[in-house]
Design a protein around this ligand. Structure first.
Ligand code: SF4
Length: 329
């Protein structure tokens, strides 16, 4: 059986603001095994990126993990000091951010972005690090990699910059890769290429991947498992095909109806989910999706528990079987 590279248990991350406490992640649990891609999906503001920043321990000053464990390779990261985390980042976990242009240092050549971490984490000398950096750029499909080492990020296209970030993320052979909206800023053709690259690298390296996205179509095509988040909570999770063929939560169905796959016809209109996600400071009582849910009843004034509906498929909805029955009609 493949080992868990990531195990999150009852994670609670909060932010202190002038308006009150923001309950950004509220009791989330999931695992990622080696070689698996787990999609974390939900609308903007549902807490997905806070999960990524909690794993990386890169929360802003107002943010705090107040409960739970984040185990990477069996070690809980939550109690680690910043110097200890610096060793974990890059060595055990790497992250691909959404916008390469703002993540890469505009004053630093592409080569230096790759050489520095190799010198720090893998103790390579300049010559060996340079040679390996060229190999990495070649590996992620950058043409003429030796010449690209001498360019600045703004001289590359969006797709090429994303490939540079992926090369950086892979440079220290991490066990766990977190990709936060890695294709959002790219056009459709380049999205396809970047997702194909991530899949190929998963197969070659055996790394576990957390893919954070609002795009259910991307999840359907590349993820082994999916965790659907709404207002800081997991509302449904399981194997991707099971979740998409037999969804039990109205929010999952709403996301499915409002998304396109990478190969879908983009001229067809999408169905939006009515309303907006709630404020994470002033959360509704009971089911957080209730104000937007046409299946809501009085029972939904109580928080629905996350329950197994089939082997390995969990959903948090009081009316999951009626919701599923309607979906299959
Ligand atoms: S518990 Fe009620 S309000 Fe919440 S998703 Fe299910 S039916 Fe809708």
């Amino acid at each position: 059986m493949a080992e868990n590279v990531l195990s999150i248990n009852n994670l609670k991350t909060q932010f202190s603001t002038q308006d009150g406490t923001v309950y950004a992640v509220d009791g989330l649990s999931f695992d990622v095994v080696a070689g698996q891609i787990v999609g974390l999906v939900g609308e903007s503001g549902c807490g997905k990126s806070t999960v990524a920043m909690s794993i990386m321990r890169l929360l802003p000053r107002q943010g705090q993990i107040v409960d739970g464990q984040i185990r990477v390779g069996g070690r809980d990261l939550v109690p680690l000091t910043e110097p200890q985390m610096q060793k974990v980042r890059g060595n055990d976990i790497a992250m691909i951010f959404q916008d390469a242009l703002t993540t890469l240092n505009p004053t630093m050549k592409v080569g230096r972005h790759l050489i520095q971490p190799l010198q720090i984490h893998r103790k390579m000398d300049e010559r060996a690090a340079r040679a390996y950096a060229i190999e990495l750029l070649d590996h992620v499909g950058i043409p003429d990699p030796a010449a690209r080492m001498e360019t600045y990020p703004h001289e590359l296209s969006g797709g090429m910059r994303q490939r540079v970030m992926i090369a950086m993320a892979l440079s220290c052979d991490p066990k766990l890769l977190i990709a936060d909206e890695p294709t959002t800023a790219l056009d459709v053709t380049i999205q396809r290429q970047i997702m194909d690259l991530i899949l190929r690298l998963r197969d070659e390296t055996g790394a576990g991947i957390v893919l954070i996205t609002h795009d259910v179509g991307v999840v359907a095509e590349v993820c082994d498992r999916v965790v659907v988040m709404y207002a800081g909570k997991e509302v449904e999770s399981g194997p991707t095909e099971e979740i998409f063929m037999r969804p039990r939560h109205p929010y999952t169905i709403g996301l499915l109806n409002s998304s396109l796959g990478l190969n879908d016809d983009r001229t067809q209109p999408l169905q939006a989910i009515p309303g907006l996600p709630p404020s994470l400071v002033h959360l509704p009582e009971g089911c957080r999706f209730a104000p937007r849910c046409r299946h809501a009843t009085d029972q939904c004034r109580q928080m629905p528990p996350l329950e197994m509906v089939r082997a390995d498929h969990a959903a948090a909805c009081w009316h999951k079987e009626e919701v599923y029955a309607e979906f299959t009609q």
